[in-house]
Design a binder for this molecule. Structure first.
Ligand SMILES: C[S@@+](CC[C@H](N)C(=O)[O-])C[C@H]1O[C@@H](n2cnc3c(N)ncnc32)[C@H](O)[C@@H]1O
Length: 238
């Protein structure tokens, strides 16, 4: 568990970064990370295409990059519940849902995903795309995944990815730069933890995605920001 002040600072950075980003960049804007849905979303659309009564839960939905793409592609009786902490993001998500003619399929929940609860066997698909590293501790990631397993129908799927091993260095000097994230995760530990959490499920994929690396401005300095990315795709046995 992180020190309370470190957690508070990390949460403040998460809110500030995302609020600014969502205000500056529109959904599906070219050149931004909102330009297209997550690379795994087209396969999810293919998997659920034409199926009736699909219920999706998107944890940390942002402004709907994945939720709106799924809602637009799946049948009229699909419902996508989007849980997102930042109210400016949920306001935009509501506007984008209207613009993309999917507002009837989108349920917006402006809440901390550590505090939500849903009925058992409610969802066919649970998404956690680049979000669980923002949980307040490693234990709370475990608790959230355990809860989400209960909320999932038999034959339902979890699609979860997040970053680990974040490293930020000064672009010129290579000196390490302090940044704040709610929970610092290590790739190998979390690959083992996910294997444990999804024991008894059909794990279709558990492993590393290509690492992330980008030169960007952080607190007025040019830095190299890098991390590993891991993903699990698992299906609840019927
Ligand atoms: C990197 S963004 C990803 C957004 C979206 N999943 C996507 O792929 O476009 C992480 C999102 O998680 C949200 N988030 C972080 N901590 C959260 C929490 N405790 N509860 C709900 N949402 C949270 C952030 O506000 C942000 O919108």
């Amino acid at each position: 568990m992180q020190e309370e002040s470190t957690l508070t600072r990390a949460r403040a950075e998460t809110i500030s970064y995302h609020t600014q980003y969502y205000t500056k960049h529109k959904l599906f804007e070219s050149g931004s990370w909102l330009e297209v849905p997550d690379v795994g979303v087209p396969a999810l659309i293919e998997r659920f295409a034409g199926k009736p009564d699909i219920r999706v839960l998107d944890l940390g939905a942002g402004v709907g990059r994945n939720a709106i793409a799924l809602a637009a592609a799946l049948p009229d009786d699909t419902r996508v519940t989007c849980v997102e902490l930042i109210q400016a993001a949920t306001d935009l998500l509501g506007e984008y849902a209207t613009q993309h003619h999917v507002s009837e399929k989108i349920i917006v929940v402006n809440e901390d995903f550590e505090k939500v609860s849903f009925p058992e066997n409610e969802f066919n698909l649970v998404l956690g795309i680049s979000t669980l590293e923002h949980c307040s501790s490693q234990d709370s990631i475990v608790a959230l995944i355990e809860s989400a397993k209960k909320w999932t129908r038999e034959g339902g799927m979890h699609f979860i990815n997040f970053s680990t091993d974040r490293k930020v260095v000064d672009h010129v000097t290579g000196e390490s730069i302090e940044t704040f994230v709610e929970t610092r995760l290590k790739k190998d530990e979390w690959l083992s933890e996910l294997a444990r959490l999804y024991q008894g499920w059909d794990i279709e994929f558990l492993g590393s995605l290509p690492p992330y690396s980008e030169v960007l401005m952080y607190n007025g300095k040019q830095v190299v920001w890098s991390s590993n990315e891991i993903e699990v795709r698992a299906v609840k046995k019927g």
